[in-house]
Design a protein around this ligand. Structure first.
Ligand code: PLP
Length: 346
């Protein structure tokens, strides 16, 4: 793995061109696997090289990005957001991300104050300025702040939109996506339900997800799959869960985010003639699954090899998971309506 200090050391010459993003840690990718970074050079003479934020109408180098502590997005987590990604210079399903963001905002009675087309343009401009060919792109709409510090009257708050593009971040690094990983079902915490903090609106209220991550770590696993209050499968810290049983896919229809990756996984399954259904998935079905995959923008399609220390299927990445994972990454390069090339010269 390339460390930040390695990068700093490799960037002390007279050239402004660096082979990888400044400050980024490029995770190792298994040689010959479907996950490979672009090979390109970044012109670090631009202050925007390697990361850009758009805040209150201004493009800033990511290192200078700051927002008010009086924003209720911070104080009350009163917001919604989405994370899209750029791979090999193509942004993936931006339209779907914007639809989900604006749907969530509408449910929360938040007005982004920008049209979908305007948000798309600003997002693509952030990526273009950053020069990043592999990028993690965050768009957040908050309730904002008022003229008076700490204003409580919701009608007096000016909603804010923050957008940034930074080097790719992994929920599941490439090695785990290729070789699989481990999960537990937390004993001490359940996923918030739709009548509390609605998980279908993407949000930063990660108390349950973070507690689950700590429990996983304490029990020697990499991540957690949370159940809801009915003991049905909900989702994990930053991912949707898809199970495979007898050649069919299923994923929870409630108490989980309508993930863009899961939507893609279902479309891939459909193109392969594999049935995929959104429905209740019981904890029993989870333990008895032939294959389990964790699916997310920041982690593609990751096989779960073990659950609570017990093998899922053969305890290694299953055939459907592998086929879908490989197809998912192939989509990042194939011309289609799902991807749009970033105009880095524009
Ligand atoms: N569930 C949660 C709680 C998430 O935070 C995420 C993504 O960050 C997902 C599911 C997967 O959603 P997507 O595929 O749109 O990234």
């Amino acid at each position: 793995m390339t460390s930040v200090s390695d990068l700093a050391a490799s960037n002390t010459g007279s050239s402004n061109l660096v082979a990888v993003e400044p400050g980024a840690i490029r995770e190792d990718t298994p040689p010959g696997s479907v996950i490979q970074y672009s090979d390109y050079e970044l012109d670090s003479s631009s202050p925007f090289a390697g990361g850009v934020a758009w805040i209150e109408g201004e493009y800033l180098p990511a290192s200078e990005a700051k927002i008010s502590i009086f924003d209720t997005g911070f104080g009350h987590s009163d917001l919604t957001y989405t994370v899209a990604h750029v791979w090999h210079g193509n942004i993936f399903r931006l339209d779907d991300h914007l639809d989900r963001l604006l749907d969530g905002a509408a449910k929360l009675r938040l007005d982004a104050g920008f049209s979908k087309a305007e948000l798309a343009d600003i997002t693509k401009r952030c990526v273009a300025l950053s020069q990043l060919r592999e990028s993690f792109v965050n768009l957040t709409v908050t309730r904002g702040y008022g003229k008076r510090r700490g204003e409580k009257d919701l009608s007096k708050l000016t909603h804010q939109v923050y957008i940034y593009a930074i080097p790719y971040l992994w929920a599941f690094p490439p090695y785990e996506q290729i070789f699989g990983t481990s999960a537990v079902v937390p004993r001490h915490v359940r996923r918030a339900g739709r009548n509390t903090v609605d998980p279908t609106i993407k949000n930063y209220q990660w108390g349950d997800l973070t507690a689950a991550s700590f429990e996983a770590k304490d029990r020697g696993a990499r991540t957690a799959i949370l159940l809801d209050s009915d003991s049905c499968v909900a989702e994990g810290p930053g991912f949707n869960v898809v199970i495979v049983k007898d050649g069919k896919l299923a994923s929870p229809s409630r108490n989980a985010l309508p993930g863009i990756t899961r939507k893609t996984v279902f479309e891939i399954a459909d193109s392969m003639g594999v049935e995929a259904t959104l429905r209740d998935v019981t904890s029993h079905e989870l333990y008895e699954a032939d294959e389990i995959m964790a699916v997310t923008t920041a982690g593609g399609v990751t096989p779960i090899n073990t659950l609570d220390g017990e093998a899922i299927g053969a305890g290694e990445p299953g055939p459907l998971t592998v086929a879908i994972r490989d197809r998912f990454w192939a989509l990042m390069d194939e011309p289609s309506a799902l991807i749009e090339a970033i105009d880095y010269e524009g």
